[in-house]
Design a protein around this ligand. Structure first.
Ligand SMILES: [Zn+2]
Length: 176
């Protein structure tokens, strides 16, 4: 799987990995095909995915933007957005031509690991943005723990036991 530019891969390694060696396990989050193909595939699976995610993680918005989150009216959101022009802006400094938007690149996949539960408010606030490193790593950790848990209905219980009291308090305060 090839990123369009080497600096893009470097950006995502830094965003996703605590240990740079594990980046390969996150390649499923990416799909560089045309965004409109990915969008039409997503439309076909979104209802089932929403049900599956809620069965697994409960009715809980995973974004939890402070002062915005309503933790209801749930939808499926992409952790890595399907497309974004952010890297063209921040890594390559491309400026918009008059009357045109900066070209977007295709990034996120419809893989279950890239799909999260979001409330309608957080979803419309996030749009095509990337989360910050701390939030994205927290969500990925939660997903990995849930994937490895025997009893997925007890995901949060397992998470509680697998991390220290202080970490749990931090997560409870800052959101999961
Ligand atoms: Zn929310």
């Amino acid at each position: 799987m090839d990123f369009e530019f080497p600096e893009d891969e470097k950006f995502f390694r830094k965003l996703l990995c605590k240990d740079k060696n594990v980046f390969n396990s996150y390649l499923c989050l990416f799909d560089f095909r045309e965004p409109k193909i990915k969008r039409s595939e997503f439309c076909r699976i979104r209802n089932k995915v929403l049900k599956d995610l809620i069965d697994k993680y409960g009715q809980r918005c995973m974004l939890q933007y402070p002062n915005r989150c309503i933790n209801s009216k749930f939808v499926v959101d992409h952790l890595i957005p399907l497309s974004s022009n952010k890297l063209n802006k921040i890594l390559r400094g491309i400026l918009a031509e008059k009357g045109k938007k900066i070209k977007t690149q295709s990034f996120g996949s419809n893989h279950i690991n890239n799909l999260i539960i979001a409330c309608s408010e957080c979803n419309s606030f996030k749009k095509h943005k990337f989360l910050n490193r701390k939030d994205i790593v927290n969500i990925l950790e939660l997903k990995v723990i849930a994937n490895n848990a025997d009893d997925i209905s007890d995901t949060f219980g397992k998470l509680k036991r697998n991390i220290s009291g202080q970490q749990f308090k931090d997560k409870a305060r800052d959101g999961w």
